[in-house]
Design a protein around this ligand. Sequence first.
Ligand code: WTA
Length: 651
Amino acid sequence: MSDAKVHSVTPEWAERAFIDWDKYQEMYARSVEDPNGFWGEQAQRIDWIKPFTKVKNTSYDYHNVSIKWFEDGTLNASVNCIDRHLADRADQVAIIWEGDEPSDDKHITYRQLHEYVCRLANVMKAHGVKKGDRVTIYMPMIPEAAYAMLACARIGAIHSVVFGGFSPDSLANRIEDCRSDFVITSDEGVRGGRKIPLKANTDKAIERAEKDGASVRNVLVVKRTGGDVAMKEGRDLWYHEEIEKVEADCPPEEMGAEDPLFILYTSGSTGKPKGVMHTTGGYMVYTSITHQYVFDYHDGDIYWCTADVGWVTGHSYIVYGPLANGATTLMFEGVPNYPSGSRFWEVCDKHGVNIFYTAPTAIRALMGAGDEAVTKTSRKSLRLLGSVGEPINPEAWEWYYRVVGEERCPVVDTWWQTETGGILITPLPGAIAQKPGSATKPFFGVQPAVVDNEGNLLEGATEGNLVILDSWPGQMRTVYGDHDRFVQTYFATYKGNYFTGDGCRRDADGDYWITGRVDDVLNVSGHRMGTAEVESALVAHPKVSEAAVVGYPHNIKGQGIYCYVTLMAGEEPTDELKKELRNWVRSEIGPIASPDLIQFAPGLPKTRSGKIMRRILRKIAEDDFSNLGDTSTLAEPAVVDDLVEHRQNRA
Ligand code: WTA
């Protein structure tokens, strides 16, 4: 793509930003040539209880994958996010909360944050939660979700946040997998004027999990809507009552740098979601440094990331990174189009937001609603825009830049993953020219490379699979309870390298263009989902005999979910049944997994050994069936004609 548009760094930005091009080159070179020196210095941005003497101790050797950073240091993450700011900025706002209704907001100072987090930590302690215990957090986007995460960090409990849009079954699986016996939830959530029955879902999930041998001692319930909920005697506790019974101060637990901070479940190409485990020291250093430099965060800036705390973006760039930097971080409970399509920009004006970070799917949806909803707002406070979660198409990038940012704000397209803990590839705003659609260049300490399918390193301008050659402090350490799965998933495909699962192109300037997943992971509206998860939900339906799920390009969502379903003998393929299956998947996984297109297929294309040929199914789903490649190896080549004839996605 030599004809790619380039937006050079303006002199003004080179001047104001922490990092300009010369500094980037100098720091980058040092970060890869002398990682111990570089990260040893950078880690001073964090307060350590006991200083580390060792910096990097990592091995990508397939037979001995082991990742440790700052391993003999001790610290507490909540102290880094709260206590250390009290001397200088106790009365500065830490969290601005904007509710679902525009009339609803709150400002929480660092002093208040300290008190709320300590009280909640004491409530957990009073009910037996100890260092190393797993606490499941299933909450709407309210400040108590952040308090809960930080309170866990304070006492050394490991939090597992489950997105509030997941179904009771998905929640049950996550409670079971990490054997969590303390759950924090709320009566109901509210989004776009609609209520979500979080406590009722939690009750169902626990019932399911307990049938499978899990045991939940307590459920702590935050009152959000005041809706009617059942409280189970002896197990369920009201947050507002409990916090009154405990002290307003809670001494922090001294944690080793490699003690777990949290588990976050994410989808892979096979099996159940895996518990991505992050530890304390490296994660805090990495989220804090990336938040400062990528968003060029200066003291006093108002920063807003629109993600949900149920995803890694919410962990790293609503809670830990910003709070470690003493920032003012905005938490938004609602959705972009409620009460109107101007909501995002109205919130920017209301709170004077300087830095705004969102997902391409939201940008595309708002772009579709027309410029007027944007241009009627001021947005004068905005200085920098960010994008995350999926590839951003150049049209959406340009619209974001031109209409939302009025060509005044650089756009940082940030590529990263739940596994990476923080941003790995992005244009630093004062240093690196932006190209719409490209995440451009690596952050400090990150060494991306492109390999072919055999694992050979490709040089220069090229295209292939994206790997990372060496570790950075924010990297996940293991899959909770299954280190072998960690090794097999990330280090077995291209031995000696971390495999991202993404494909990419590198252009002649050395800029990276992420082209999307090369495995069976879908990215629907920026939400990660395994095709295998949707398939297993479908085949759990009594009328379904077999199912194959693939992604196809979708204007707003990036990718849509296309399901091929073979019914049990004698079942009628009706529109009613399609609706029933759609609802079924929603209730099995959650609304984010709702199938976009369902095609009833009398047979699926399989090899003679019975393997489903997904390549063919993908092509048909993409409405690109003129060149299906060699179908002669199929057990029954005729099924392909039927699939093409009844395809659902006609241009
Ligand atoms: C995709 C979200 C292109 C990618 C932080 C990755 C992106 C997956 C970008 C991780 C981007 C994320 N450009 N693709 N800027 N950011 N992705 O774990 O496929 O929810 O592997 O982490 O999202 O999704 P996850």
